[in-house]
Design a protein around this ligand. Structure first.
Ligand code: HGY
Ligand code: MN
Ligand code: MN
Ligand code: MN
Length: 396
């Protein structure tokens, strides 16, 4: 796709592989500039809302609009499609509708939500959570990145006034229907032999930080029996996460990030932060998995003479997309498959406020949040055509 090729050089991460593009960092700001230029080139009016989300309007902005889009940020070392495919497809769908001579009967906008992955400030879907009021602005503004830069500072540096961040009823009222196109992040559409599908639901999911505190000391001079090593306790969490998720049908638990302090090879750490991502089919199952892992963490801390604190950093209950809209969209596409997903999306946040639907494009690798994430050009084109059909149907 032309749009993906245009941004291929932005935020490439030679060390990790793939892309590292995080909210309001240098790569993200370049991507936001690229989007603004692309939208203006198409004669769309671009604005940045109070929460750093970008909107490009086809026609006059107004209430009850048909809105489509996704995000441009990535996980550390992520793929090229998660997020950007939805943004690029939205712009290309506008082109296609114009080629077809279509004029929207309702306002239509393309949106780019800020920091969807939480790769910099830790909270996923930051822009959509702030917009809908599901994250208090005072909590958000205090979030900081690994260099200690707060969200408030990052926003200010990007020219966004942090004192205006928070629930934006006017912006929300303008969304009549939201449709997000996204690369599929599993093998659902491969198994169904379909290039495009419609989302049914999103697993309940959240992130927790466990901080173990022990005693920093010398790796050579400290006898094994004298240690209070928080890394040993943290290691039990990795094993407990696997065991706890396997005990609950459909649950998933992942430790993808561990940060020891001070982080020297020849030093027993004084503290270890370890992040848990847990998901399951409903709130009760997810909470049960996390309770099980928390109990294991506490027992491991006691065994090692350490302390542990557990902090929920973000959470979203199970999302079931609007069944009437879902069926309408699937029917408008000639009866494409409807499938669930284990991945979170801004669409999942918006679904609690406005009728929301998602389109998935087949991913032959079944891999996501990794450089191998992929979609065939023909399937991307099918996604654009499907999105254009859906937008034409909704904005007729
Ligand atoms: O982590 C997720 O599920 C999403 O891709 N942000
Ligand atoms: Mn993602
Ligand atoms: Mn995504
Ligand atoms: Mn020494």
């Amino acid at each position: 796709m032309t749009g993906l090729a245009e941004i291929a050089g932005i935020g490439a991460d030679p060390r990790r592989g793939g892309y590292s593009r995080h909210g309001f960092d240098r790569a993200d700001l370049a991507l936001r500039e690229w989007f603004t230029a692309q939208a203006r080139r198409r004669g769309l009016d671009v604005e940045c809302d109070r929460n750093g989300n970008l909107w490009a309007w086809w026609g006059r902005p107004g209430d009850g609009a048909v809105v489509t889009g996704s995000h441009l940020d990535s996980v550390p070392g992520g793929g090229a499609f998660d997020g950007p495919l939805g943004v690029v497809s939205a712009l290309e769908a506008v082109d296609l509708l114009r080629e077809r001579g279509f004029t929207p009967g309702r306002p239509l906008a393309v949106v780019v939500f800020a920091e969807e992955e939480g790769g910099r400030f830790g909270v996923a879907c930051l822009g959509s959570r702030l917009l809908t009021g599901s994250l208090p602005p005072e909590t958000a503004l205090r979030l900081s990145d690994s260099d200690g830069v707060t969200l408030a500072e990052a926003l200010r540096a990007a020219g966004i006034n942090p004192t205006r961040v928070g629930r934006d009823d006017a912006a929300l009222a303008r969304i009549g229907t939201f449709v997000e196109l996204h690369v599929e992040q599993g093998r659902g559409l491969v198994d169904l032999a379909a290039p495009v599908g419609v989302a049914r639901s999103i697993l309940a999911h959240g992130r927790w930080r466990l901080t173990f505190t022990g005693e920093g000391n010398h790796a050579g001079a400290t006898l094994m029996v004298d240690r209070r090593d928080p890394m040993v306790a943290a290691a039990q969490v990795v094993v407990a996460a696997r065991r706890a998720a396997l005990a609950v049908e459909g649950a998933r638990a992942t430790v993808g990030r561990i940060v020891p302090n001070p982080g020297g090879t020849n030093a027993i750490p004084s503290t270890v932060d370890i992040w848990l991502d847990a998901r399951a089919d409903d709130d009760a199952r997810t909470r049960a998995v996390v309770a099980d892992i928390t109990a294991a963490a506490e027992a491991a801390a006691v065994d090692e003479g350490c302390a542990v604190t557990v902090t929920q950093e973000s959470y979203g209950d199970k999302v079931v997309f609007d069944p009437a809209l879902r069926d309408e969209v699937a029917a408008a596409l000639g009866g494409v498959p409807v499938l669930p997903t284990g991945a979170g999306h801004d669409a999942g946040i918006l679904a609690a406020h406005v009728p929301t639907a998602m389109l998935f494009v087949r991913n032959p690798t079944g891999i996501s949040h990794a450089p191998e994430e992929f979609a065939e050009p023909a399937d991307c084109a099918a996604g654009v055509a499907a999105l254009a059909d859906v937008l034409a149907h909704l904005a007729r």
